[in-house]
Design a binder for this molecule. Structure first.
Ligand SMILES: Nc1ncnc2c1ncn2[C@@H]1O[C@H](COP(=O)(O)OP(=O)(O)OP(=O)(O)O)[C@@H](O)[C@H]1O
Ligand SMILES: [Mg+2]
Length: 318
């Protein structure tokens, strides 16, 4: 099987102005590598600030990378230009968390869904209205709702508009960044079901970003756990939930009540705050909060090594 998405050594850093005119670099994503097979879902989980959104933006080329490659169906997405880039952009779409702020309030729903086709020119103009109508049907919205404005929809319906818009250019990869986090639980389930059905019907590949392991449990084939810009554990879903190896992953899992009760993961709270991202520790970034820490952990960054088939962990104690 060839990976649709092959991310190698991706880094994204932000310049942060300090006093006396100095600039420090914040490595929001630091040398991250992963693959996603066609038709599968890789979930990226981690606490707030761990770099999930920045990784997504880096993959989608919506923020400048400071290193690495993003292979998309065999070509290097980050190296493309001109017409080739325009074509590739149509293949990668992002659904954001907040359907309230990510939809232009002054546009009717039909114009919002149509916009990617207009800007990327993926379909002859005459065919666009029919395609918009088809997309509305596909995401479970009614034809008469095409004329409404975003404020006339519920949160779940707005996210359906966001999904229809993402589908407009026939993408292969859809990046969902906290796509259901702003919705209440019942509506979350509906949208997750819709995303799964669309994946089956259209053969979509998902990069599914969420801080909520309960959601990820229903929505992933593989899971990458991020901590301070690094992937600390990467495994297939069952291995990650049944046999978590990194102390940070164990702590995250124990904070999910349903997961905790079912799997009887030893309950463990994550003490302390993450270190200053502008001044990360030399060794393992989780060392300052890790219950298993020993001197060697502070000496060097542990590499992300295989501990089993389909299971990699960056921890010398794993
Ligand atoms: N444009 C920016 N300029 C400077 N720093 C940024 C910028 N965007 C993100 N950061 C920093 O990069 C780090 C990663 O942020 P990011 O938004 O990717 O995390 P996240 O995992 O998506 O968090 P959340 O769960 O809150 O969405 C954080 O320390 C954040 O403050
Ligand atoms: Mg985010």
């Amino acid at each position: 099987m060839t990976a649709l998405l092959n991310v190698q050594n991706l880094s994204v850093r932000f310049p942060i102005k300090r006093r006396w005119g100095q600039t420090s670099w914040l490595y929001a994503v630091d040398d991250v590598s992963f693959e996603v097979q066609r038709g599968e879902t890789l979930a990226i989980v981690g606490e707030s600030g761990s770099g999930k959104t920045t990784a997504a933006l880096g993959v989608a080329r919506l923020v400048a990378n400071s290193g690495g490659t993003v292979g998309l169906g065999g070509s290097d997405f980050l190296a493309l230009e001109g017409e080739a880039l325009r074509k590739a952009r149509a293949k990668v779409q992002v659904i954001f968390q907040d359907p309230y702020s990510s939809l232009n309030p002054r546009l009717r729903a039909e114009a919002i869904v149509r916009e990617p086709m207009d800007s990327l020119g993926t379909l002859p103009v005459a065919e666009r209205p029919a395609r918009v109508a088809e997309l509305f049907k596909q995401v479970g919205l009614r034809p008469e709702q095409m004329k409404l404005f975003p404020h006339q929809f519920s949160g779940g319906q707005r996210q359906r508009i966001g999904i229809a818009r993402a589908l407009a250019t026939n993408p292969e990869l859809i990046i969902c960044d906290e796509a259901v986090s702003a919705l209440d639980v019942a509506v979350q389930a509906q949208i997750l079901n819709l995303l799964r059905r669309l994946q089956r019907e259209l053969g979509l590949t998902y990069l599914f970003i969420s801080h909520d392991l309960g959601v990820v449990q229903h929505m992933s084939d593989h899971i990458a756990v991020m901590y301070m810009g690094k992937i600390v554990e990467h495994a297939d879903r069952l291995s990650l939930f049944n046999d978590p190896r990194h102390p940070y992953t164990k702590a995250l899992l124990s904070a999910v009540p349903s997961v905790d009760q079912k799997r009887k993961v030893e309950r463990m709270l994550i003490p302390g705050d993450p270190p200053d991202p502008l001044n990360p520790p030399a060794g393992c970034r989780f060392a300052s909060r890790c219950p298993l820490v020993e001197d060697a952990c502070r000496a060097a960054q542990p590499p992300l090594d295989a501990v089993a088939a389909d299971h990699k962990v960056a921890c010398i104690k794993a």
